[in-house]
Design a protein around this ligand. Structure first.
Ligand SMILES: [Zn+2]
Length: 429
C-alpha cells in the first residue's frame, strides 16, 4: 500500500472514532421516533429526519410513498426515503439499505423503550439493534468520507425503508419494482441488519406460508354424531405432520451456513389454528365445527425445490382424503419466497469480509439467516445478487425487551462500511 493511501486510511478511521458521540446521538434521535409496525407509526417524520440529515450533506433526496399497498393510508402513509450522493465520474453505486420500522416494545422492559437511553457503552431502546444503530452507522460512515475530502467515482446511496417487519411490500419490495434496487442504478447493497459486527450474512432460507382448511358438517353440539367435526379432521392432519413430516424434515440439512445451527435443518411451524365458534363475550353456540383452518410456516433449504415442499404437504392431505372417512380439505398459498444466497466470491462479500479482518483483526464468519429479510426483494424483483446483510447489532437481541446496540460495535461497523464502501466504488485506501 502506498504511504499516502495508508495515511488516508488511518485518517478516515480516526475520524470515525472521533464521531463516536455523534453516532450515539444520531441513534438515540432515531430511536425516539417510535416507528412501530404494525400499524406503521411515525414513518413520515422518521423518513424526513433521515432525509434532512442526508440533504444537508449534499445527497439528492427522494421520498417515495407506497400508495395502495396494504397498510398504507392517510393516517399511516408508507413513506420511504432514498438519498443519492454522486461522486466524481462514472463508477459503481453502493447502496446502504435500512428499514426504519420497529416491532412493538412488548413487555419486560426495565426502561422506556423509546427514550434512547445511553448507559455503559450501549444505546438502549426498541430498534437500536434492529436496526437504527445500523442505519446511523452507515450515515456516519459516509459523512466521515465526505469530511476527509476523499474523492470517489460512482455514488453512495442510503435508504430508510418501511414495513420490513411485515414483509417489506411497502418498502424495499415497492422500491425494487420501480428500479431502485437494480442495475444500472445500483451495483452493491449492504443491509445493516443486526447480524453481529464480525459476521457477513449472505442470504436466507426459503419460506412458504399456506392455509389449510379442513371441512366438516355442522350439527348441534349435543348430538355430534349427526355432524362431522372439522376440528377432528384437523387433528388427524396435525398428527400426520407430527409423526411423518417433521421427522423427515429433521433429517434434511443444508450446506449453507445458517445460524443458529438448528436452522440448518428444514422446519415447519404451525403459526395459527382457528376452528369452531369464537369464544367472544358470552357463550359460543353449541355447534359441530364445519371448518377449521391452520396457517403453516414452512422454512425450506436451498436444496429443496419449492414444488416438492408443497407437494409433500398435499400428499399427506390426499392420503387422509383417501383413508379417513369424511375428510375434505382446501389449501391456499399465502406467501412464498425462494432461498436467496449471494456467492462467497461476490464483490460485496469480499470487500466487507476483508475490512472486517483489517478493522477488527479477526476472521469474519459467513452466515445465513433462518428467516427472510429485504434481500429477497432485491434478489427476486431487483435481480441484483451482490447483496449482503452486515451491521453492528447482536442478532439475539432483536425484538427482545431491553434491546440495545453496543457503541463500540457501531463505531467498528461504521469503519467497515466506509472502507468497504470505498473499495466497492473503486477507491482503495
Ligand atoms: Zn431488522
Amino acid at each position: 500500500m502506498p504511504r499516502d493511501s495508508a495515511a488516508a486510511r488511518d485518517a478516515l478511521v480516526r475520524r470515525i472514532e472521533a464521531k463516536r458521540d455523534e453516532l450515539t446521538a444520531l441513534t438515540t434521535d432515531l430511536v425516539r421516533i417510535p416507528t412501530i409496525n404494525p400499524p406503521g407509526d411515525a414513518y413520515t417524520p422518521c423518513a424526513e429526519f433521515v432525509g434532512a440529515r442526508l440533504k444537508a450533506r449534499g445527497y439528492a433526496i427522494e421520498y417515495v410513498r407506497a400508495e395502495g399497498v396494504r397498510g398504507d393510508s392517510a393516517k399511516y402513509p408508507r413513506t420511504n426515503v432514498i438519498g443519492r450522493l454522486a461522486g466524481n465520474g462514472d463508477g459503481a453505486c453502493v447502496h446502504f439499505n435500512s428499514h426504519i420500522d420497529v416491532v412493538e416494545a412488548g413487555s419486560g422492559w426495565t426502561m422506556d423503550p423509546f427514550a434512547g437511553i445511553v448507559k455503559d457503552g450501549k444505546v438502549y431502546g426498541r430498534g437500536t439493534c434492529d436496526m437504527k444503530g445500523g442505519l446511523a452507522a452507515s450515515i456516519v460512515a459516509i459523512e466521515a468520507i465526505l469530511e476527509e475530502g476523499i474523492r470517489f467515482p460512482g455514488a453512495f446511496e442510503i435508504s430508510g425503508t418501511v414495513d420490513e417487519e411485515s414483509g417489506g411490500y411497502g418498502g424495499v419490495g415497492f422500491l425494487a419494482q420501480r428500479g431502485y434496487f437494480s442495475k444500472p442504478r445500483v451495483d452493491h447493497v449492504i443491509i445493516p441488519e443486526p447480524l453481529n459486527v464480525d459476521r457477513v450474512c449472505i442470504g436466507h432460507r426459503g419460506v412458504w406460508w399456506s392455509e389449510v382448511e379442513t371441512k366438516g358438517r355442522i350439527a348441534h353440539g349435543s348430538m355430534p354424531f349427526l355432524g362431522d367435526s372439522a376440528i377432528s379432521h384437523m387433528g388427524a392432519f396435525l398428527h400426520k405432520l407430527e409423526t411423518e413430516l417433521l421427522p423427515a424434515l429433521r433429517q434434511r440439512t443444508t450446506a449453507q451456513p445458517v445460524e443458529p445451527k438448528d436452522a440448518r435443518r428444514s422446519t415447519l411451524n404451525i403459526n395459527g389454528i382457528h376452528g369452531g365458534q369464537p369464544e367472544g363475550d358470552g357463550y359460543p353456540a353449541p355447534v359441530v365445527a364445519h371448518s377449521c383452518r391452520t396457517v403453516l410456516d414452512r422454512r425450506f433449504l436451498v436444496e429443496e425445490p419449492i414444488d416438492e415442499v408443497k407437494a409433500e404437504i398435499v400428499a399427506l392431505l390426499d392420503e387422509l382424503k383417501r383413508t379417513r372417512k369424511g375428510f375434505d380439505y382446501a389449501i391456499r398459498d399465502i406467501m412464498e419466497f425462494l432461498p436467496t444466497f449471494t456467492p462467497l466470491d461476490a464483490p460485496v462479500v469480499k470487500a466487507v469480509a476483508d475490512e472486517i479482518r483489517r478493522v477488527l483483526g479477526r476472521e469474519p464468519q459467513y452466515i445465513a439467516s433462518p428467516g427472510t429479510y429485504d434481500q429477497k426483494h432485491i434478489a427476486r424483483i431487483g435481480n441484483l445478487h451482490d447483496c449482503i446483510a452486515y451491521g453492528p447489532g447482536i442478532l439475539d437481541l432483536a425484538h427482545q425487551p431491553d434491546e440495545y446496540v453496543g457503541i463500540d460495535d457501531m463505531v467498528a461497523s461504521a469503519k467497515v462500511m466506509a472502507l468497504a464502501g470505498l473499495r466497492l466504488v473503486g477507491v482503495s485506501i
